[in-house]
Write a protein that binds this ligand. Structure first.
Ligand code: ATP
Length: 348
């Protein structure tokens, strides 16, 4: 299988400018993984090291069992069997769609090359578009051609570098879903670099969250969201509410009531209990486990964020409620918690 293995990769641009700090990452063959992290965390550097445009200072990169980079080894990009889907401006403007897709095909048999181009254009839903020029396509169609071009030479790995950032938000969701479907059909292993949490969670089979040149956590989207490794990851991948609590086996006792824990607290007796805003229900005061006063209501169409000053809690909490909702600032509400939580050490 075309597994990707990155082990202990270090890359510094100079003294005190370490972009990758011993990064480890394993992606199973056929999976679409996202590399997610804030600006400057090392995403682009990682992509360029894997592609071979940058030489790592230490560590190894292996794809499909071939060492592409390691001690004494640095295969040039063209020998790595890696396809790249860059950001905007990916296509050669003076070449037709078919010639763009054929660009990386090296065989001399013109018939076989033409067949492969047709096959790839069919795969991305653009059969019959081969004679068009890039400017005659929509932004989403251009990205699909870029994907067809990257897939045509049957690479072991596809790298997608923020491929949807140039698309307007209305189109982005649809193109993401199409690209994901094409990658599934092709069976390619793919790495999607993004700083967009929603994009990573909704598109990838697994998400590696990178912080300061290392993978802070790599997990399936649901696990990452529900069982984040630490408060930083929890807050980075979504809205988070932290309350202090004490743990007793698999239950936390908090000012919001007793809440089951999704994972063992591993000896931690006291810490920060993580909840998501959608885990709260505004409820009848008689059945509530906590009470509070509404301080603000923000309407987003599909839901509302209700900000509540909970009795006995110093901080306010954010509650996501299906909107529109009949509560006003100043109103008293009862609160119930649903689902489970995770317990974390208080960051130093
Ligand atoms: P963004 O999301 O903003 O593109 P990124 O996660 O891709 O960020 P990188 O571009 O990999 O981050 O950069 C990682 C770190 O290395 C940053 O601190 C950046 O300033 C630094 N860096 C990147 N390229 C160079 C360079 N050519 N010379 C010096 N420092 C660099």
């Amino acid at each position: 299988m075309n597994d990707l293995q990155v082990s202990g990769v270090v890359k510094a641009y100079g003294p005190g400018a370490t972009a990758l700090d011993g990064l480890d990452l394993t992606i199973q063959g056929g999976q679409l993984a996202a590399v997610l992290g804030p600006s400057g965390c090392g995403k682009t550097t990682l992509l360029r090291v894997i592609a071979g445009f940058l030489r790592a200072d230490a560590g190894t990169v292996t794809v499909a069992g071939r060492t592409l980079a390691g001690p004494g080894v640095h295969l040039p990009p063209e020998r790595r069997r890696i396809g790249i889907v860059p950001q905007e401006g990916a296509l050669f403007p003076h070449l037709s769609v078919a010639r763009n897709v054929a660009f990386g095909l090296t065989g001399t048999d013109r018939g076989a090359r033409a067949n492969r181009v047709d096959e790839m254009l069919d795969l991305v839903g653009l059969g019959g578009y081969g004679d068009r020029m890039p400017h005659e396509l929509s932004g989403g169609q251009q990205q699909r051609v870029a994907l067809a071009r990257a897939l045509a030479p049957e690479p072991h790995l596809i790298l997608l570098d923020e491929p949807f950032s140039a698309l307007d938000s209305g189109l982005r969701g649809a193109v993401r879903a199409e690209v994901r479907a094409v990658l599934r059909d092709s069976g390619a292993t793919a790495l999607l670099v993004t700083h967009d949490q929603q994009e990573a969670l909704s598109t990838a089979d697994s998400v590696a969250v990178v912080r300061d040149g290392r993978v802070a956590q790599c997990a399936a989207p649901e696990d990452l969201y529900q069982r984040p490794a630490d408060p930083w990851v929890a807050s980075f991948v979504g809205d988070a509410v932290f309350v202090t609590g004490t743990a007793d086996d698999r239950t936390a006792t908090t000012p919001l009531g007793r809440i089951p824990l999704a994972t063992s607290p591993k000896g931690l007796r006291k810490g920060l209990v993580l909840l998501r805003p959608e885990q709260f229900r505004l409820t009848d005061p008689d059945t509530a486990t906590a009470h509070g006063t509404v301080t603000d209501v923000r309407f987003f169409g599909h839901d509302c964020m209700v900000i509540v000053a909970v009795d006995g809690l110093e901080q306010q909490i954010d509650i996501r409620a299906p909107g529109p909702i009949q509560v006003q600032p100043g109103g008293r509400v009862g609160i119930q918690v649903t689902g489970d939580a995770t317990l974390h050490e208080v960051p130093a």
